[in-house]
Ligand binder design. Structure first.
Ligand SMILES: [Zn+2]
Length: 478
């Protein structure tokens, strides 16, 4: 903002006074260098409800004021007439891989209205990218970045950091903190003493931990230890099965071939599938109470789980493949060769298993457990940015209301003065049909207005970037 603009805005805010009842200059709003923009005649949809015929005024990436359609605007502000449009807070993808593909992941997120992402496999290059974005050197969504993936012995994940003892777990937490991770990412094979040590060290280091529910620790126990989020619905069917004790014993008795740890993982998943067939509503209610008390959330990544539960070629012709770097094609084919059902009976079983898990997520949400939108982008046919909208649709299919799905996707973001101005302008009402979140007209973030032409250009640039050869990178997925 120039000094003249700033004085005009201050005078305007003073004049706005009690009439609008919403005037508030956000801290630091007068320091940066963008102009004042107003969106007029829009319907605001956020966790506070729905406000038709509103005007929302933004400057320096902050919401300055919210008022009625005829709210007087500061001199020199740019007014966008957007009657008939709907405005929601920027979306968050809470389970992402591949932020390091910055020319692909970042613009795909922004063009799709995703103004914040949680990267689930961090390393120094991504911590630096996070800082460059915050300094304004790179245009991108807000990044919250996990540590490297910390797992127990016999991990299925090449490249993860293996910790075999509680002491090694503690050291991994200290290293993650020192490297710049925003949270510690835990995985499927940590034993209980090691996970407890990680939890304790996280408390000491004032950092949270999140990730897979370990196959060796019940979800309620991991939640009591402080695990903040549980990914991919792993551990949920088991924790709510009437046969839990028996199935956990079966897991403990599973033979493990160190040369083929993935076989073990698939057998555990098969036991989870059986667990889903003996679901107890009562156990679900008790578990929900624990998760709620501990502030643990579920990040089901249904869109990725649906791919793994489908025949390998079901999504292969998705037109969004053109935005993906070519090495993903081979990587995804190899991944699905290990995962995807082949026979008709396997396909039927996996579809049924997915349906039951989705119902369980909706059930937990019904009990007040927080649900997060995550795509596992970087995994087969989960597309940065785009798949957030697929996941929103799947949450509604699972049984959440469109409003609840939207709250999950925006992390209950509010369109109130002082809030960061991360906004998505839609052509249709997402509460009437959640698929309307795909009908994006404009995205506003970091003081920039991405209208239809800008967004088209961004997508065209990604398509071009995807065709360029990429230096060999390790597949940092799952
Ligand atoms: Zn993942």
């Amino acid at each position: 903002m120039t000094d003249t603009t700033r004085r005009a805005v201050l005078a305007w805010l003073a004049g706005l006074g009690a009439a609008a009842g919403t005037g508030l200059l956000a801290p630091g709003a007068a320091g940066a260098s963008s102009d004042v923009t107003a969106l007029r005649g829009v319907t605001l949809v956020d966790s506070a409800g729905i406000r038709p015929n509103a005007t929302i005024v933004l400057a320096d990436n902050r919401i300055l004021a919210v008022g009625s359609r005829d709210l007087p605007l500061p001199r020199g502000s740019a007014a966008l007439e957007l009657a008939g449009k709907f405005v929601i807070p920027g979306l968050w993808d809470m389970h992402v891989h591949g932020a390091f593909l910055d020319r692909i992941t970042l613009p795909l997120c922004l063009a799709n209205g995703v103004t914040g992402i949680r990267e689930m496999w961090g390393f120094p290059q991504i911590y630096e990218l996070r800082q460059r974005i915050e300094r304004g050197e790179v245009f991108g969504p807000r990044l919250v970045v996990g540590s490297t993936i910390i797992d127990g012995p016999h991990s299925t994940l090449p490249g993860s950091l293996i910790v075999a003892t509680p002491d090694e777990g503690r050291q991994a937490v200290r290293d993650a903190k020192a490297q710049g991770a925003d949270f510690v990412k835990v995985y499927s094979y940590l034993d209980r003493p090691t996970l407890a040590a990680i939890a304790d060290e996280c408390a000491t280091q004032a950092i949270t931990f999140a990730g897979h529910c370990s196959d060796h620790v019940a979800m309620g126990d991991a939640s009591d230890l402080g695990q903040r989020t549980f990914e991919h619905m792993y551990g949920l069917p088991l924790a709510t099965s009437t046969r839990e004790a028996q199935l956990r014993q079966a897991i403990a008795d599973l033979p493990l071939d160190p040369a083929d740890s993935f076989a073990w993982f698939k057998q555990v998943l098969e036991l989870e599938r059986r667990a889903a067939a003996s679901h107890s509503r009562q156990k679900a209610a008790v578990l929900a109470k624990r998760l709620r008390r501990n502030n643990s959330a579920l990040c089901p990544t249904m869109v990725a789980m649906r791919v793994y539960a489908s025949p390998a070629d079901r999504f292969a012709n998705d037109p969004r493949m053109k935005y993906m770097p070519s090495f993903y094609r081979d990587l995804w084919r190899d991944q699905l060769a290990r995962w995807a059902p082949v026979t008709q009976e396997e396909t039927r079983q996996q579809a049924e298993f997915l349906k039951r898990r989705m119902e369980q997520v909706a059930e937990m949400h019904g009990h007040g457990v927080e649900v997060l939108v995550g795509t596992d982008a970087g995994n087969p046919y989960s597309f940065s940015g785009f798949s957030v909208h697929d996941e929103l649709e799947l949450l509604v299919e699972a049984g959440l209301s469109p409003r609840a799905a939207l709250e999950a996707g925006t992390r209950k973001g509010a369109l109130t003065p002082g809030a960061e101005a991360n906004l998505v302008v839609l052509d249709g009402n997402p509460l009437e049909d959640i698929r309307n979140t795909r009908r994006i007209h404009t995205v506003l973030t970091r003081g920039r207005v991405l209208g239809p032409a800008e967004r088209r250009q961004m997508l065209a640039d990604v398509e071009k970037a995807a065709q360029e050869p990429f230096p060999p990178v390790q597949a940092r997925c799952c």
